[in-house]
Every structure is written in structure tokens, then in C-alpha cells.
Design a protein around this ligand. Sequence first.
Ligand SMILES: Cc1cc2nc3c(=O)[nH]c(=O)nc-3n(C[C@H](O)[C@H](O)[C@H](O)COP(=O)(O)O)c2cc1C
Length: 447
Amino acid sequence: MAYSDLRSFLSELGDDLLTIRQPFDPRFEIAALLRSMPEDGPALLFENVSGYPGARVAGNLIASRRRVARALGTTEDRLVQTYLRHRDNGLPPVAARGAAPVKEVIHRDPDDLLALLPILTHHEKDAAPFITTGVVLCKDPYSGRRGMGIHRMMVKGGRRLGILLANPPLSEFHAHAEAGGKPLEIAVALGLEPATLLAAVVKVGPLGPDKMEIAGALRGEPVEVVCGETVNVDVPAHAEIVIEGRVLPGVREAEGPFGENTGYYFSNVSPVIEVTAVTHRRDCIYPGLCPWSGDVDTLLSLASGTELLGQLQQLVAGVIDLELTSGTAGFSAAIATRSCAPTEVRRLIMLALNLDRRLKTVTVVDDDVDIRDLREVGWAMATRYQPARDTVLIHGAEGYVIDPSAASGGSKIGFDATRRGGPEFDKVTLEPAAAQKARAVIAQLLS
Ligand SMILES: Cc1cc2nc3c(=O)[nH]c(=O)nc-3n(C[C@H](O)[C@H](O)[C@H](O)COP(=O)(O)O)c2cc1C
């Protein structure tokens, strides 16, 4: 089932949504609760946001695969197949039918963004409040092609935002606009249902499909769009909030420090947006997302991990599954294979490390190892991997900008932790009937 907007998704969550009625401050407190939620905990809706009467903040929305599966109208065990099946059947966006909810309230040339929106301050040493779920939309000034991605934005006071443009296509579109001495018109959509948020960070590459079409495919119905008030950019008509503006040509300012998805503070000298309008729904819901959290793990695992899995399965026979390691910002992955010859495993490692710019370490195991269990992956490394024989090292790779260890250049490494046959690799097993009884008793005791 498709969700047309964030609020219809929230209203379907039932027990999987916890409403917080006690006051929570958007400065530190909301982010602290989002970060402290147990793994697989419910989504949160803050109804009493200090300093913002009537405002609501939603968070922890996609920290569980269960909720993402729900958003894509499938079950957890079918999530990866569902994503891969839909991904290539893009549905182009359509013009909004009737009035666009996101235009219910319009502020042109707003004086002070913070007076309008409860933008969260996340970490102790963050320089300012940062927008962390802003889906930035714009068009390439050269080709007219649409670009879409999540980019962090620092509130600089008044109507100015700093924006980290470290990734294509938006970094390229900005360079194209700057080459012509022109500002880049952008719109930032906030408060989208999970499928569109997910589509925004899919790694499509320069020739890949339009992410708005992927969003339509994942939702099962096209995204309804409407043109911005002050910029010539189409925005999702059912977003909770849209910020419109121009990335100023030739302007760079200090941006950060900000606690990033790597778990470290990161500062940059970044482009600046001058906001030209804010439009939103009545009683809009501001979406929170804490960096280095379960939300980010799920987003990256599906958008980057599943995408890479699909590519690798087309290139190497025997690739079964891939999991990006939680908390590593997509820098580390484990891949499960079946009957892959050692030379094929080496090829697989080199392909994986090259296809994904961010990926720095990859461990290949057999499919008797649970790649979502770090204990099992560690066990395979300890018992099946021989460093002198099973290591692939790539020197001189591009270092990823938010990786603090790559400041002076990057490198990549792959580990072949597959067994190579023989009786010494006969994994210990429990007697099946006894194992079944044990599982039943545990389920009963814990229920
Ligand atoms: C939670 C999250 C935050 C991100 N923040 C930024 C950012 O601040 N700046 C940036 O350039 N890219 C950021 N990205 C990556 C872009 O959205 C990126 O364009 C997208 O993941 C597509 O992958 P690509 O790198 O292949 O283009 C972020 C991704 C995620 C999942």
C-alpha cells in the first residue's frame, strides 16, 4: 500500500508509534532521545516542543526495517527483493491533483527560519541547529536533469543556510551554475513518507534513473508535485514543509562543526543558501533524524547496500546477500556468497570497493554465516581468513570527505573469509529436534 504523505504513514503505525506529551526542547533534548532509543524501538512523535506551541516533531521513523517494509507495502523478509523489483520500474511524478497541501501556509522572504521551524540542535559541540532530513531538489543548469539528495544544512541566522554539497549530482549542478556565475535554485522538502526519503539517497550514478521516478516505483504510485513559489523546481505536493532558495555563486563560509554519520564532528567550508520562501501544511510535522543512528543505518543499508547488492549479483555468480555494518556510515560491509571460487571472491571484492565510493572495508563470507551478526562475521574472519593469502589491498583510493582517517588520502581493503572446503570447515551444529525444542521453550519463557 502506498502512503501519500508522512501523516498517513504515522497514523497507520499504531503501537509502533510513541507519542511524547511531556515538553522536549529542540535544542539537544529531542536528538538525545532519538539517539537513546533501543534498537528496533518505535517511531516517536513529540507533541510538546519547547518554544514552539502547536509544533510537532517526528523521529526514529525508519530506524527499524519493519517500518520501512511497511512503508513499501511488504514484509521484512521480502524487503530487499521488493526494493530491487520496484527500483527499475520508475513511475514519473505527476502534477498535483487539486490544491497542494504543502502550500497551505506560505511565507515569502522569511526573516528568521528558526522562528518558523523547530530545527533541532543535535550534539553538544554542534555549531548551530542543522537540518538533517532535507531532501534537496534542483535542476542541472546544463541539461535540465533533476537532482535529489539529502544534504545537511546549517542554520546561520536569519534566512541563510550553509549546505554541505560533497556528493553528485548536486555538487556538480552547483559547479555548473557557478561556472555561469548564476545562483542554483533549490527546494528542500521536509517531512516525506519513507519511500521518497529512501529514493532520495539511492546511488543512481550519472546515467541512472530519476530518483523521483524511483520514489514513485517504491510507493506504488507517482509522487504528486507542484512548482515552487519562488523557484522553478518541482516539489512533492504532500511534503510537510518546503524551504525554497538559491545557492549563491562564489560564496563559501565556515560550516560546522556538526556531529556526522561517522560519529565524529566534521567542519567544512561550504556554499550558502539564501532562503526565498517557506511553505508548509497547517499543523506541519518537522522531521528529525539523528546522525549516526538507526535511522541512518536503515537508509544507507537499503539505498546504498541493496543497490550495490543488485549490481554485484549481475556481475558475479553466487552473491547471496550484502549488509552495510551499522554505525559505519556505509564504509564497511559484509557479503555472503555461495560456492564462489577464490579468484571470483577477489574479483567480487575489487568490484564492490570500486562500485561504491564510500565503501572502505569489505568482508566476504559463505552463506552459512549470518552477515547481520557481527559475532558470526568475526568468527569467520578468525577461523577462515589467512591474512597473507586472503587480503586485497587497494592503495591510492579517493578518501571520503567525512572520513576523518582519510584526510591525507584513502585506501581500501577486502577480506576473503570464505572457507575453502575440507573437513576442517565443518561448522558445529545442534541436533535439529533439540534445537527446535530449545527455540520453542525460549519463545515461551520470553513471551
Ligand atoms: C542521512 C544522510 C545524510 C547525508 N548528508 C549529506 C550531506 O550533508 N552532503 C552530501 O553531499 N551528501 C550527503 N548525503 C549523501 C547524498 O544524499 C547522496 O547524494 C546520496 O546518498 C546519493 O548517493 P551518491 O553519493 O551516489 O550521489 C547524505 C546521505 C544520507 C543517507
